[in-house]
Design a protein around this ligand. Structure first.
Ligand SMILES: *[C@@H]1O[C@H](CO)[C@@H](O)[C@H](O)[C@H]1NC(C)=O
Ligand SMILES: *[C@@H]1O[C@H](CO)[C@@H](O)[C@H](O)[C@H]1NC(C)=O
Length: 322
């Protein structure tokens, strides 16, 4: 069903994008960087992402998350894609990342069309945008021109926000990357698609409080549903939708869930109890403004620490430095 109305979504996106999307130039990146050197670059990425999402829509959240995890460690330089002992990819928070094969597929097609031109870091930024659009979100212009890094260290993933982080810690981690509280809440709204594992939430469901009870911020009618999905001591690999009831649709319903005590991760639910983040959750409740602002915060995030000009390299294979 998601793909039947895709052409309609595209038309709406085109109509809205003229008025609503602000073209933001990053630190040296720019929209249309490949317009002369590889004019088909963005369409190759889009059709590749579309093909993979048709067989597995959960890759949309995977690619969005992968881009985020790339940017928060060493900037958006595709360091997360490098494989080998001791790389970011082998670190705990990245073990659940998915969609590497989509990036590799797009890279192979781009190398065939325009050898040595399009960076893996740009492919990832474009694939994240396309994943949002293919899930029903609004489009935005992705400034390109990033180059790929040559270093990837598992020891550096501590910058990544974690599922049990307090608001204070989340704010600090975002501020360290030049992102404000509004960006934090908007980008958390990316949890409108995707799933998490029971292993990351079972601490909230059982024995959370001193007297052995669950996390009191969980809605009391939602709690039994989560407990049924994630029985105590059952192992943690079952997947649970982050945006309960709307896990494949890129929409503002995540904020309504957080309001109702139905945020799934602790780091999501605390956004409602904190006085600095709550007003932003309220701002996006039921509002398409979320979809517009999401693109703006994504452009900010995807310019974190970018390498441009003669910095870095254009990798031939995304999983290895040249
Ligand atoms: C609950 O947590 C406490 C403190 O962490 C621990 O001592 C206890 O064994 C836990 N109980 C169960 C049933 O897991
Ligand atoms: C708990 O969830 C139910 C069902 O979605 C909702 O009707 C109710 O308002 C929620 N409770 C609170 C305190 O938000």
């Amino acid at each position: 069903m998601l793909f039947l109305d895709f052409s309609v979504v595209i038309i709406i996106v085109l109509a809205l994008s003229v008025n609503n999307i602000i073209v933001v130039h990053g630190q040296g990146t720019r929209v249309g960087f490949y317009s002369r050197t590889c004019p088909q670059a963005e369409s190759i990425v889009r059709t590749t992402v579309q093909t993979h999402l048709k067989s597995d829509i959960s890759l949309a959240a995977g690619l969005l998350r992968m881009h985020f995890h790339d940017c928060f460690v060493r900037g958006c330089d595709a360091s997360v894609l490098i494989s080998g002992a001791g790389t970011e990819r082998t670190a705990g928070p990245n073990l659940g990342l998915k969609g590497y094969e989509v990036i590799d597929d797009a890279k192979a097609k781009l190398e065939a069309a325009c050898p040595g031109v399009v960076s893996c870091a740009d492919i990832l930024a474009l694939a994240a945008r396309d994943s949002v659009v293919l899930s029903g979100g609004l489009s935005w212009f992705v400034p390109t021109g990033r180059r790929d890094g040559r270093v990837s260290l598992a020891s550096e993933v501590g910058n990544l926000p974690g599922p049990t982080d307090s608001v204070a810690i989340q704010k600090q981690k975002f501020a360290d990357k030049g992102l404000n509280i509004q960006d934090l809440v908007i980008l958390a709204g990316g949890h409108t698609i995707g799933t998490t594992s029971c292993g990351l939430i079972s601490n909230r469901l059982y024995n959370f409080t001193a007297d052995g009870g669950p996390d009191p911020s969980i809605n009391s009618s939602f709690l039994p549903q989560l407990q049924a999905l994630c029985p105590q001591n059952s192992g943690g690999s079952t997947r649970v939708a982050l945006d309960f009831g709307s896990q494949t649709r890129f929409d503002p319903s995540y904020f309504d869930n957080v309001r109702k005590g139905q945020g799934v991760l602790q780091s999501d639910q605390v956004l409602w109890s904190d006085a600095s983040t709550k007003p932003f959750v309220q701002r996006y409740l039921g509002r398409m403004a979320f979809n517009v602002d999401f693109g703006k915060s994504m452009v900010k995030m995807s310019n974190i620490g970018v390498k441009i000009g003669v910095d870095g390299e254009i990798r031939t294979k995304c999983s290895a430095i040249n």
